[in-house]
Design a protein around this ligand. Structure first.
Ligand SMILES: Cc1ncc(COP(=O)(O)O)c(C=O)c1O
Length: 448
């Protein structure tokens, strides 16, 4: 029985707060009030290990003092000034210099937004702007993957492929100019039982480029490892071939690192695993440890040089918000100072070994996917038929996880992939504790 205070908060919440990505008028029955390190704490004082870093976004662990201090200091100097009309502030300049040092290759220029979806919307608009400035406004189509998630704003909703229509259809017609192709999800290949799903998706991508006409395509956008789809990693040669195809057909490559960036996969950016660099790269979440809304799209020199000296009628009131920039600047320092990338790689390898040895043999675990602290288990009720665990089983598992003091999500393309994505600062001992808690719950799943 929860306290009167918690009950009252939940009652008002159900009436007044319309939650995203949930059933309107309902809530989970838990009120999170505090957070520290790898833990979130509810109004009953119960601690939960944050095994999904909330929305895979609190990469440095909760409530970092350095970020609190930076924000407090900045707020004592300034509240808000615009970056429109060529105005600037030291905070956004400082963070831009730091980002340029961390981002791969010549991704040296940054346009700022409040969230990931706005960054994706901006990247798509800038891709079209890039072509139109060269007299090629007919190059406007965007290719993305079914199973991708790129956000819920105007353009990003159209780019997103996940949800089998759920993310688009109830909200009115999808705009034209958005083309989706099959994702490299070999376990559930859209082409059925083919020998090499990755190759089949690449062949299909090339066929679609040819059929649509490369002269009509502005950009291809994808997540290095599909996150909201359930941490689905493509086969090894997939990304290098995608980059080749983009080059061959003169299509811009936008890499969406909103979830996979900032140490998450054991590299600063996941695209580094395949030595691939986009013409643009979208970033959010870990960029500011999610302490404030802050996101960016990075442009390489090629894009910047074409856009330079053009008036860009695009931007958001909070683009380059100085307080959020101060928070981001402090977060970026922590990644470097504390070697967070190396920690994510080391602890991630340890987790991977345990998942392979102790979880994959369990009756309802099909396989473990991902790397670093971006990993997931595919949960099935039958390993032969690959039938996903059903909804009641999943709901019970989620409740058992909450009861056991674990906050994570079981979502994805088929709604059956369990995130193992703790903060990238987690220690091996803490990771072991989390795995020891979830193991009996996953082991208790009954095959059909
Ligand atoms: C890869 C990717 N792109 C874009 C977004 C949208 O970001 P936001 O929710 O900040 O708008 C997300 C959010 O999870 C994401 O994972």
């Amino acid at each position: 029985m929860v306290s009167k205070r918690t009950q009252e908060i939940l009652r008002v919440d159900a009436e007044k707060v319309v939650h995203g990505m949930y059933i309107v008028g309902r809530n989970q029955g838990i009120v999170m009030e505090k957070a520290h390190g790898i833990y979130v704490v509810d109004t009953e004082g119960k601690e939960y290990i944050d095994l999904s870093s909330q929305l895979i976004c609190v990469n440095l662990g909760h409530r970092r003092q350095e970020i609190i201090d930076a924000v407090t200091k900045a707020m004592n100097e300034i509240d808000f000034v615009t970056t429109f009309f060529g105005m600037t502030n030291p905070y956004i300049v400082e963070v831009s210099e730091k980002l340029a040092r961390l981002t791969p290759g010549d991704l040296n220029h940054f346009h700022y937004t409040s969230g990931g979806a706005e960054a994706v919307d901006s990247a798509v608009k800038l891709a079209r702007f890039y072509w139109s400035r060269q007299g090629l406004a007919g190059k406007y189509k965007i290719i993305s993957l079914y199973a991708s998630y790129h956000g819920s704003a105007g353009i990003s909703t159209n780019v997103t492929g996940l949800g089998r229509g759920l993310n688009q259809n109830p909200f009115g017609p999808v705009s034209s100019g958005f083309v989706h192709v099959a994702p490299p999800y070999s376990y559930r290949c859209m082409f059925g039982d083919v020998a090499d799903c990755g190759q089949a998706t690449l062949d299909y991508l090339e066929a679609v480029i040819q059929a649509e006409g490369p002269e009509s395509i502005a950009a291809f956008i994808a997540e290095p490892i599909m996150g909201a789809a359930g941490v689905i990693e493509p086969p090894p040669g997939w990304w290098p071939r995608v980059a080749e195809l983009c080059k061959q057909y003169d299509i811009l490559l936008i890499i969406d690192e909103i979830m996979s960036g900032f140490a998450r996969t054991g590299k600063m950016f996941a695209c580094e695993h395949w030595d691939v660099q986009g013409d643009m790269m979208t970033m959010a979440k870990g960029i500011v440890n999610s302490a404030l809304p802050f996101a960016a799209v990075a442009l390489n020199d090629r894009i910047y040089d074409v856009l330079k000296d053009n008036h860009m009628a695009h931007g958001f009131t909070y683009s380059g918000h100085p307080i959020a920039a101060a928070a981001s600047s402090a977060a970026l320092d922590i990644y470097v100072r504390d070697k967070v990338v190396e920690n994510a790689a080391t602890v991630g390898n340890h987790i991977k070994q345990r998942l392979e040895a102790e979880f994959v043999p369990l009756p309802c675990v099909a396989y473990a996917d991902g790397r670093g602290l971006f990993q997931a288990l595919e949960l099935v009720s039958n390993k032969k038929t690959r039938e996903p665990i059903d909804l009641p089983t999943k709901d019970k598992l989620c409740q058992d996880l909450f009861d056991a003091g674990i906050f994570t999500r079981v979502i994805g393309w088929m709604g059956n992939r369990m995130f193992i994505c703790p903060p990238c600062t987690i220690t091996i001992e803490e990771a072991d504790r989390a795995l020891d808690i979830i193991k009996p719950l996953v082991a208790a799943l009954k095959p059909k």
